[in-house]
Design a protein around this ligand. Structure first.
Ligand code: AR6
Length: 180
């Protein structure tokens, strides 16, 4: 499905032919489960080697921030690793941190000349962020960014589970105008 510059795909982000895929990492940058595990497995050791170099320089990646590495043997050129918030009802500010993760990934993409980008549904797996709310934040943050940065040609939301795919399909099809 397509809505202006935004596309929706149901599948595995490691196979995407785009300039950069985004990883839902953790602050250690040393890999983990979920999409993080899949990306490190598919891309190979070169990704972890660069993550370790970044750790040595800046001590990991804070929640809402982003760093960039090679994509190793995947079709993409780069992996942008960002860290979403762990969902907790008692903590406020998770919405803002999730928006920061999308925004800072896009900023780093533009700084590196990236024109096509694929996002997973950050924080909606192991970090348990409610899926509908996360999708609303993801779409509105990307939409705002695209309105201000014409050089980004395409953003693909890659949903791995059917529930996220349905949520995104509904939200994107309800937009009155194409997302440019
Ligand atoms: N392609 C696209 N999406 C995927 C893939 C894939 N191959 N595999 C899983 N997903 P999660 P989080 C979806 O748990 O919630 C890791 O251990 C999945 O269906 O990967 O941000 C990190 O190291 C879900 O919708 O990330 C952190 O410790 C989405 O990716 C922690 O998990 C995000 O789920 C981050 O948790």
């Amino acid at each position: 499905m397509k809505n202006g510059k935004i596309e929706l795909v149901n599948g595995d982000i490691t196979t995407m032919r785009v300039d950069a895929i985004i990883n839902a990492a953790n602050s250690s940058l040393l890999g983990g489960g979920g999409v993080d595990g899949a990306i490190h497995r598919a891309g190979g050791k070169a990704i972890l080697d660069e993550c370790i170099q970044i750790r040595n320089k800046q001590g990991g990646c804070k929640v809402g921030e982003a760093v960039i590495t090679t994509a190793g043997s995947m079709p993409a050129k780069y992996v942008i690793h960002t860290v979403g918030p762990v969902w907790s009802q008692s903590k406020s500010g998770a919405d803002q941190l999730l928006a920061n993760a999308y925004r800072n990934s896009l900023k780093l993409a533009v700084e590196n000349g990236v024109k096509t980008i694929a996002f997973p549904n950050i924080s909606t797996g192991i970090y348990h962020f409610p899926k509908e709310e996360a999708a609303q934040i993801a779409i509105s943050t990307v939409e705002d960014f695209l309105a201000q940065h014409g050089q980004v040609e395409k953003v693909i939301f890659v949903c791995f589970d059917e529930e996220n795919h349905m949520i995104y399909r509904n939200l994107l099809s309800r937009r009155p105008f194409p997302i440019q």
